[in-house]
Every structure is written in structure tokens, then in C-alpha cells.
Write a protein that binds this ligand. Sequence first.
Ligand SMILES: *Cc1c(COP(=O)(O)O)cnc(C)c1O
Length: 385
Amino acid sequence: MPFNTTQLQALPTPSYVYDRALLDSTLAAIKAETHDNTSCHVHYAIKANDNPEVLSAIAREGFGADCVSGGEIRAAIEANFPASEIAFAGVGKADWEIRLALNLGIGMFNVESREELAVISELATDTGTIAHISLRINPDVEASTHAHITTGCAENKFGIAHKDMITTIRQAQSLPNIDFVGLHFHIGSQLLDMSDFESLCLRINELQELLEGEGIEVRNINVGGGLGVSYDDPDGHPIANFAAYFETFRRHLKLRQGQQLHFELGRAIVAQMGSLLTRVLYVKHTAVKDFVILDAGMTELIRPALYGALHKIENVTASERKETEDKVMYDVVGPICESSDVFAYDYPLPRTCRGDLMLIRSAGAYGQTMASTYNHRPLPQAFIL
Ligand SMILES: *Cc1c(COP(=O)(O)O)cnc(C)c1O
């Protein structure tokens, strides 16, 4: 447990608590793996956690930003990310978002269709600006993760099929106010098997050979994000395996002279620094099960309901009581009127009582940013400790 219990007891629930020291050491670990390579750019994917203080801390360490909406671009600028280090991704960019990005002079658009390319060219011509664009290519690589978070196989809505790559690049090169800078990929999220990234590298190498044959110059290769974290053992693995991750690209990706390599990491940077702090409202005993009913639910943390994710759950108060009895199996659930509002089935916890303070761990990524006001609940606050 990374926090001081007395400090936690004073906080309202449900709320998010972020461990600033862990964020800093995570950022330091990434810099240690990349500092000797000036052609390597790490963009933080803001959708994972857009807390202003978290964003400022990441910007201050010299990272770029990966944004998927106009709102995120604004948040990035407010947190002092340099516009030139902002990448703007997403299958559906609205005209106002494209205009905002053009006026701010962001580093690159990650373009997902020929239709979008034509609109960006039109709006750039309109505003007298140049759009630097990378094409998001669907590498048709199957990643081993939950079906809702794989993005790189042929039937996903994301990206441009690689058989259409050359014609789309030719289109980009022929359009006014478009500067074609390179290729973008993103194969999925919560990937722990480095062979998925290796497959991506091999596919990129093939595509690069094809482009070379066509005499097409590529300045940037953007490999997206997706590095996973340990949801089972956040204390054993507080920092993601950045060493193995960056080594995979060093080993397998054949960059050309002068090419810049871009990464877009979200989850791996912020997941482990965050926990959802919640209190037990009731322990409900039934003939078949015992339920721990929390004051936090899928409105605060939707990942279990949405992806079947299992987060480690800790009873902070019971650890204080120094419970020595055997663990009890509980279904740990939220108060929301949905059957999917369950954090864990048959989960072993020390004997738990009304009022106990609990932590749902590894909730720093896709936690607070996915919170909703369903059931007219207020959005959770965050505290940086
Ligand atoms: C969501 C997203 C990321 C970040 O993914 P993580 O799994 O959080 O690292 C990076 N790039 C793109 C295009 C994304 O959509």
C-alpha cells in the first residue's frame, strides 16, 4: 500500500489518490531508457489521465502529448506541452478541432482515412497553414489483449489498410497545404507480450522497404502506445517494463538515416500511481454469497464493467486492525443500478465491515477520465499525495 493511512482517512470517498513520487520515478525510468537517443520522442497519451497537475508534471519532464480531441489539445497547451510535440489522433476529428490544431501549429496529425485527409487539406488551405500529417496504417497485427482494446487488426475501424498505403501517401503528397511526414501505428493496449511489438516492428520494416522501392521519404515512424502494467501485483511491479519495451524497438525496428521515432504511452505512465479510494457502505450477507458494497462503482471506475478488468482490492482499515483470521470470499460491488457494476467476484479479503476504507489499485489510467455522472452522481475528485 503506497499511501499513509492517516492521510487517506481524512479524504472524502469515493475519490482518486495519485502517488506523485511514483509518477516521478516512472518518468525517470522512461528517460533513463531513452535519454541517449535524441531522435526518440515519447508522447504521453492524455486520455489515460488528464489531471492538470499530472499533465504539468509530465510536460515539465520534456515529454510530448498525444491528444484525441480538441479538449485534450487545449489541456496539453495549458499544461505547457510544446505545440510542436503534440500529436493529434482519432478516427473522427471535427472541423473545429482540426482548425484549433492548425492554428496552434501542432507537431502532427495522425490521419485515419483519405476522407479526413481531404478535409484537413481544405481547412489548412482555408486558414493559410500547413498540416504535418502521419498516416495511421492498420498493420493487421493481432495483439494478445482484450478484444475491445485491440486496434491493429484488419476489421477494426482504425487506420488505413496497408494495401492502400501507397495511394494514400500519393494523395497526401498531391494535396495543397499537406506535409506528409510519416507513418503511425497503434496495435492495442495493455500489451505485456513483447512479441506483439516485435510483430509490429517486422511489419513496419516490410512497409519501409516497399516505400523505399517507391522512392517515398518517411521522416517519422510513430509506433503508438500500448505497453501494459501488472494489475495483479502493483507493489511488486510499480514501474512498467520500459527496459524490455524500448529494447524491442531498438532490436527489431530498422530505422533509416535521420528518421525520428515516436512513442505514445498512456497507461504505462500513469496506471500504477493511482488508486480509487472508497468506503464500505454495507456487508450484505445472503444465502449464497457475501457482498461488500462500496460507495464507488462503475461511475468512478468503469474498466471492470467495460473490459472485465480485475483490479487489486485492499482493505486499508482491516490491515490497520491487524486481522489475523483467514480471508473471506466476497463479491465486491458498487452501488449503481447495473448488474455489471462489480469490481470482483469471489475475491479474498480480510473480514470486512461497514466503514472500512478500501483501495482499488492500478486505477491511474482510464479511471478518472472515464468517470460518468450516471445515476446523477458527482464526478470523483482527485488528490495528489
Ligand atoms: C489510446 C492510445 C494510445 C495510448 O495507449 P496506452 O495503451 O494507454 O499506452 C496511444 N496512441 C493512440 C493512437 C491511442 O489511441
